[in-house]
Design a protein around this ligand. Structure first.
Ligand code: ADP
Ligand code: ZN
Length: 617
């Protein structure tokens, strides 16, 4: 089948990969999946973000006769997706509610006359019978169901329109279907298979590891300052996402970053739609912007060069956390997932769960999610190993997470735990008054605060028995006991209570191993900003300025065409060009990400840009 107006004859997957996409080899299971779907089989694909799902349906759609129909909930991103394909010479179009009737008719007629390779369709369009009739009259090569976890009613991205997608198979039984998602737990997997009628499909489950992302979880002292430090020392000039729990903290954090010279934009559901759209478009189009957002931001954002994802608040589940952090480093280059977490997070999350709507079973499910997240935060083992284990996959220690890079010391905290638990017990028993962590720690440290005096807590036998630890260390003990369910927390004020396992510690039947708290991170006085880093650290001295020139050229080209910079070329491609400095079009064509269409369109401009800075002879 022909690709683009150039009328290329591309008949096999490997050649399409090279000529259209400019890549040398398939990744992971891509080839197997593509072969299976091209041959007409149904497939369910579970692959992490950045794993390369798009090619799994784009290449079969190009190789098979007819138009590939892609069902996607990401209406706001369809234009960009289509632009990116057109830049490769692929004939793509979309149908959604943002179009006027004229535009829609044009796309429909292109579909009917077979002048499209790929048609993106919003799921709600399928509710309209006219869409069904349209599809009947054209020739469909395959159905791709993107973000397939949207069919899961218990998931966080549920879209009712997805439930109707089970009908695709009944109406067009001969058309192969491929469903794809980056959401991986067993429960979601099973739900997708049953709701989309994919029981007979072949299931392709990839490793969910994202080796280029460095996972780090740090104790939270002064989160905004800690974030600023991270951005200044490691991610100056990089694009990234900062997640906060509340709209207010999104606003405050974005403001704080801007005041400190970092280009940042807020994004949350409280902003009006045009502002959200503008901020999202700027994030996608401009280089090096930081988006400070609630979790309302992110699904489908396929900006490949997000260099860091930072969480200033504890995520509610490991599943959500992994999806959010997965938005970093889709291009495979080194990236950071950084989370700051503290005792107050635990108190707040428990409170949210207690106050949440829904029955006891629902609350228990939320609590289980939170416990898994806490266990990840407090582990002394490899973070990645624990993350993958959560998704039912095994791995050995990764060497690229904080616990692997600087293994935390563990210490025998049995006696400390006993002191703390008996203080909680004392307060509960003698006073019938219940207190939060602050009061308990003050008592242990022997601090005669007004509140300690008011309740006569300085007369308790436990007063001052814990001076061997610093306050931060005691907070660490509380957090870790909570994470191990040896201590509980209740009510609006975060009252500490004993659990049924606390007794085992108090009666010395159980040893408690704790993770040592790192020394408090240096006092947060802002340092003078370092000069904006001109290129990612691992470029050679000679290549760095070339990369910057190429980036500037790309920014201008993207602006002129009104597309995101990565639609022109990915960072990874520009870096390879900067390093190898090809002198001819033939040499340029061997670079990863330079396909025939882009070579024809931009090749000369690239060579000129390279020549511009070369010393004149
Ligand atoms: P996903 O949809 O799974 O998150 P994408 O399809 O967006 O991932 O691919 C992630 C990135 O990897 C994209 O930048 C894409 O161009 C690139 N990519 C995909 N397959 C290959 C390949 N075989 N070789 C090189 N790069 C690839
Ligand atoms: Zn590790």
């Amino acid at each position: 089948m022909a690709v683009g107006d150039s009328g290329l004859d591309v008949s096999d997957a490997g050649r399409v990969l090279r000529r259209v996409f400019g890549y040398d080899s398939f990744r992971g299971a891509q080839q197997e999946i593509i072969d299976h779907v091209t041959a007409g089989g149904d497939a369910l694909v579970l692959m992490p973000t950045g794993g390369g799902k798009s090619l799994c349906y784009q290449i079969p759609a190009l190789v098979r006769d007819g138009v590939g129909v892609v069902i996607s909930p990401l209406i706001a991103l369809m234009q960009d997706q289509v632009d990116a394909l057109r830049a490769l010479g692929v004939r793509a179009g979309f149908l959604n509610s943002t179009q006027d009737p004229y535009e829609r008719r044009q796309v429909e007629s292109a579909f009917l006359t077979g002048e499209l390779d790929l048609l993106y369709l919003a799921p709600e369009r399928l509710r309209v019978e006219s869409t069904g009739n349209l599809l009947d009259r054209g020739m469909i090569s395959l159905f791709a169901i993107d973000e397939a976890h949207c069919v899961s009613q218990w998931g966080h991205d549920f879209r009712p329109d997805y439930l109707a997608l089970s009908a695709l198979h009944e109406r067009w039984p001969a058309v192969p279907r491929i469903a794809l998602t980056a959401t991986a737990t067993k429960a979601t997997h099973a739900e997708i298979a049953s709701r989309l009628n994919l029981a007979d499909a072949r299931h392709f489950v990839s490793s969910f590891d994202r080796p280029n992302i460095q996972y780090r979880i740090v104790p939270k002292n002064d989160p905004k300052r800690q974030l600023l430090e991270l951005l200044r020392t490691e991610h100056s000039g990089d694009a990234g996402i900062v997640y906060c729990l509340s709209r207010a903290s999104v606003e405050k954090t974005a403001e704080f970053l801007v005041q400190n010279g970092i280009e940042a934009l807020p994004y949350h559901a409280g902003l009006d739609a045009p502002t959200r759209t503008t901020h999202q478009a700027r994030f996608l189009r401009e280089d090096g912007l930081v988006m400070v957002a609630t979790i309302a931001f992110g699904m489908g954002i396929d900006k490949p060069d997000v260099r860091f994802v930072a969480h200033l608040d504890l995520p509610k589940s490991v599943e959500g956390y992994y999806q959010e952090t997965g938005r970093a480093g889709r291009d495979g280059l080194p990236s950071t997932a950084w989370l700051a977490y503290g005792l107050a997070d635990v108190v707040q999350q428990r409170k949210l769960i207690e106050g949440s709507e829904g029955d006891g079973a629902h609350r228990r499910r939320l609590a289980t999610h939170l416990d898994a997240m806490l266990a990840l935060c407090e582990t002394v083992e490899c973070r990645r190993r624990q993350l993958l284990a959560y998704f039912g996959q095994q791995a050995s220690a990764c060497g690229n997470c904080d616990t692997c890079l600087s293994p935390p010391e563990s210490w025998d905290g049995t006696i400390a735990a006993q002191k703390l638990l008996s203080t909680v017990l004392r307060l509960d028993r003698e006073r019938r008054q219940r207190f939060g962590a602050g009061q308990v720690i003050d008592i242990l440290l022997g601090k005669k605060t007004p509140k300690v005096a008011q309740f006569g807590h300085d007369r308790l036998t436990v007063f001052g028995i814990g001076t061997e630890l610093r306050e931060a260390e005691w907070r660490g003990v509380v957090r870790q006991l909570l994470a191990q369910s040896l201590l509980g927390i209740e009510g609006d004020y975060g009252t500490l209570v004993l659990t049924h396992s606390s007794g085992e510690v108090l009666s010395r039947q159980r040893q408690v191993l704790l993770r040592r708290e790192p020394e408090r991170v240096t006092q947060a006085t802002p340092k003078t900003p370092k000069p904006r880093r001109i290129a990612p650290v691992d470029l050679s001295e000679a290549a760095a300025p070339v990369f910057e020139r190429l980036r500037a050229w790309r920014a201008a080209a993207a602006k002129e065409q009104g597309v995101p910079a990565y639609v022109i070329f990915h960072d990874a491609t520009l870096r390879q060009i900067a390093t190898e400095t090809p002198a001819t079009l033939a040499e340029l064509s061997t670079i990863n990400g330079v396909g025939e269409n882009k070579l024809a369109k931009y090749g000369q401009q690239i060579l000129d840009t390279l020549a511009d800075g070369a010393p004149t002879t």
